[in-house]
Design a protein around this ligand. Structure first.
Ligand SMILES: [Zn+2]
Length: 775
């Protein structure tokens, strides 16, 4: 490649050694193909959609393609990421975007060795997957030649060009390198340490050393996702890698989680890759699950499995209770389809099922099976079946049968538990948030405890009767929520309250109750009575869940919930006063944020601290900004603070606060501001999502979206994140205007968000029904 950093264009020449049984089909998007040469002779070609058809006929040899391309301000392919008054050129290729930089066979199973060289201005640096092999000076320019990669997939290639500050440390034979734009290297200490410890842990867990000579962790100023696991050159949005004195405890935990997730991919995904995107969930769910294992080992006080429930299992269950869901394993073909399955099902449900399987076969057998799978398929590709076989061999348990039941059918069951003539009667059917009934049988590894005795069974029928000790004095089912199903106790609730419940058990009960409220299976008074059992104490996971539920109810039915929510959040804040462990700080941040929205006198009092905002403790900064916005409606002061801040996290805190104004024109002004160059392109969607949660600004946010929808679409084109964005905002913005919003999206199609939009419309009907019932 020859990159013109000023004019933002490039010329490229790719030489591909390949065999073809007929005309060769490469992938190419947005490139100007100049000429193609086959074994030194020119050959005809034509472009058809994303395919470049080269008329080679049956062929074995070297194909050489000369081409040129542009470097746009996008978020995929090769693109420009601006910062301050400068820029870097960077790439993001997953899933099907490598074809925007080079004509190639752009499929995960078409692995190849890549040898990359790039000509750039002499004062710039280039980073790729492999270390630099040599640099050839050419006047004002230089040619940077990288070592050859091992066999790998195109979606994992990386190229970055610009000025970077680097910090390198040796870990065994691996160089661990963090890279940032100039002046930010010191903000990498936290992630650098996390990365070293995580690589250490993963090498010993997988019993395979990290493969490449170096690993970069690169902070990219504009980035659509959280991070991307390019082999040996992981990219992060800046806020997912950089930590400073201003960072909240919540962000520290998030950075650790993302770093560990991407590092787990270096083995699971990069060394062994799915054959096709229908197994993308294998990559994502495994990395998600594995990140929690790493954190559990490196940061035991975080009780990471509690976060796992909140972030992964909950999100997946909320997504998967819609009719418009999909099985974990789903046939996909077009790039639009592929990009849209990077969702809660691929990450959270898959990871929860892996947790369930590990619980069923035991940690040792699970680790043994994973090691076998990785060593059998290194530098190659594999399918889900290969993994189940490895786990089955390691455990001698029926992994294959259980997995096929969970990954090939959509949704999940609700298990009803009744006591009949001294026995337990269990019944399963599919849980749908609409309240509709639907038959379905999942092979469920059930765990239960009666009178302190544990039992495990594999339930693979609609109904099952179980002998237990009599008389039954205490009962709990789905211990620590290792099973991906809801539990509904019918006439047996009192036995549940006689059991000793772990924080995760308590969370499960509260989570399920809310699902039953939404689906019409529980009345509002019964739901409130259940919540009251858990509101007298404070515990990280259950308190978070209650706070989240109350804040949602505040959004759709403020008068019914305001007083209860205010009392709850006030008392939680009191109970948290003395606690200083990291999870307590994270919980306190969430509680304080929400209290500012429901308690005007608290907001007024807290707002006075905005005068000295720079010195507010990081975990309270969001609450102080929210309090200031709510009680003053002072746009100008907040926007000035935004402009004076140079921390991404802080800028987002201030913008978030500015979506909670009660005065509609101010929210509109905030939304308009997110489309200016003063706000990172990556962040517009976050602000749109928080604005849709503000019941005072729902009308104006909807109006604003209608006026700006084309800009939003353009901004996130081909990134795949629009689908999730619409799934978040449609159910909130549509409350009270269901038909209007349905008609709008019926007439206005967005192909790379159609899945999220139709799921969002389905969820909207449920929310709107509850909002009406509570009005
Ligand atoms: Zn991932």
């Amino acid at each position: 490649m020859d990159i013109d950093f000023q004019k933002l264009r490039f010329t490229g020449r790719v030489r591909i050694q390949l065999q073809s049984e007929q005309d060769t089909v490469l992938n190419s998007v947005g490139l100007n193909i100049q000429s193609i040469v086959r074994n030194e002779k020119p050959v005809d070609f034509k472009q058809s959609g994303e395919e470049l058809i080269v008329q080679t006929g049956p062929f074995d040899g070297i194909l050489e393609v000369d081409y040129t391309g542009e470097i746009p301000d996008s978020l995929v392919g090769i693109y420009r990421a601006p910062y301050d008054h400068s820029q870097i050129v960077t790439t993001h290729f997953e899933a099907a975007q490598a074809r925007r930089m080079l004509p190639c066979v752009d499929r995960p199973d078409a692995k190849a060795e890549f040898r990359i060289s790039v000509k750039i201005d002499k004062e710039l640096m280039a980073i790729s997957n492999m270390p630099v092999e040599s640099i050839v000076p050419e006047g004002e320019r230089k040619l940077v030649i990288f070592e050859s990669t091992p066999r790998m997939s195109t979606y994992l290639l990386y190229l970055g060009v610009g000025k970077f500050d680097e910090r390198t440390e040796k870990l065994g034979r691996t160089d661990v390198i963090t890279a940032t734009t100039p002046g930010k290297a010191k903000l990498c200490s936290f992630s650098h340490d996390e990365a070293k410890k995580a690589i250490d842990f993963l090498e010993s867990y997988f019993a395979i050393p990290y493969t490449l000579p170096k690993i970069h962790l690169i902070a990219v100023p504009e980035f659509a996702m959280g991070a991307m696991e390019n082999w040996g050159a992981i990219t992060f949005r800046e806020s997912a890698l950089l930590i400073d004195a201003n960072s909240s405890t919540r962000m520290r935990k998030r950075v650790a989680e993302i770093v560990d997730h991407e590092l787990a991919h270096q083995w699971f995904g990069n060394l062994v890759t799915m054959k096709w995107w229908d197994d993308i969930w294998l990559n994502e769910s495994f990395a998600t699950f594995m990140a929690s294992k790493v954190i559990n080992s490196l940061h035991p006080s975080w009780n990471v499995w509690e976060d796992f429930m909140r972030n992964e299992t909950a999100g997946a269950m909320e997504r998967d209770c819609l009719k418009r869901t999909h099985p974990i394993q789903v046939p996909v073909k077009s790039p639009d389809e592929i990009e849209q399955i990077f969702d809660e099902i691929s990450y959270g449900k898959g990871a929860s099922i892996l947790r369930m399987i590990e619980g069923f076969i035991g940690e040792d057998a699970f680790e043994k099976g994973i090691r076998q799978y990785l060593s059998d398929h290194a530098f190659s590709n594999a399918t889900g079946n290969d993994l189940w076989n490895a786990l089955e061999t390691a455990s001698h348990k029926r992994v294959q049968k259980i997995m096929s039941g969970w990954i090939q059918q959509p949704g999940y069951p609700v298990l009803t538990v009744k006591v009949k003539e001294g026995k337990l009667v269990l019944h399963q059917e599919r849980f749908l948030i609409s309240g509709d009934s639907e038959k379905g049988i999942w092979p469920i590894p059930i765990t239960l405890e009666t009178n302190g005795h544990l039992q495990s069974i594999l339930m693979d029928s609609t109904e099952q009767t179980i002998d237990v000790d009599n008389p039954i004095k205490s009962l709990r089912v789905n211990l620590n929520r290792t099973g991906f199903y809801l539990v509904r106790y019918i006439g047996s609730e009192s036995l549940l309250w006689n059991s000793t419940l772990s924080p995760i058990d308590q969370w499960g009960i509260i989570f399920d109750a809310f699902a039953f409220l939404l689906s019409g299976k529980m009345t509002f008074p019964d739901y409130m009575n259940l919540l009251k059992r858990f509101t007298t104490g404070v515990a990280y996971l259950p308190s978070h869940e209650i706070s989240e539920q109350l804040s949602f109810l505040y959004s759709i039915a403020r008068p019914r919930i305001l007083e209860f929510s205010r009392t709850f959040h006030r008392s939680q804040l009191d109970l948290l006063r003395e606690k200083t462990d990291e999870n307590a700080l994270v919980l306190r941040e969430a509680i304080a944020n929400r209290l500012t929205l429901v308690d005007d006198s608290y907001a007024r009092e807290l707002a006075t601290r905005f005068r000295d905002y720079d010195n507010v403790t990081p975990d309270m900064k969001q609450a102080v900004a929210l309090a200031y916005a709510r009680s003053t409606e002072d746009y100008e002061t907040l926007i000035t603070a935004y402009r004076n801040s140079n921390s991404d996290e802080d800028k987002l805190r201030l913008l978030t606060a500015m979506t909670t104004f009660t005065h509609e024109p101010l929210v509109r002004q905030t939304l308009d501001f997110t489309l200016t160059t003063e706000v990172k392109r990556q962040d517009t969607r976050l602000i749109l999502v928080t604005a849709s949660g503000n019941p005072d600004a729902r009308n104006i946010t909807w109006k604003w979206l209608l006026e700006n929808i084309n800009k939003i679409e353009k901004r996130y084109e081909s990134t795949g994140i629009l689908s999730g964005t619409f799934l978040s905002i449609v159910p909130m913005l549509g409350i009270g205007r269901v038909e209007e919003i349905e008609t709008f999206f019926h007439n206005h199609k967005i192909p790379d968000a159609d899945v999220g939009i139709s799921a969002g419309l389905e969820r909207l009907r449920v929310y709107d029904r509850l909002a009406k019932a509570l009005a």
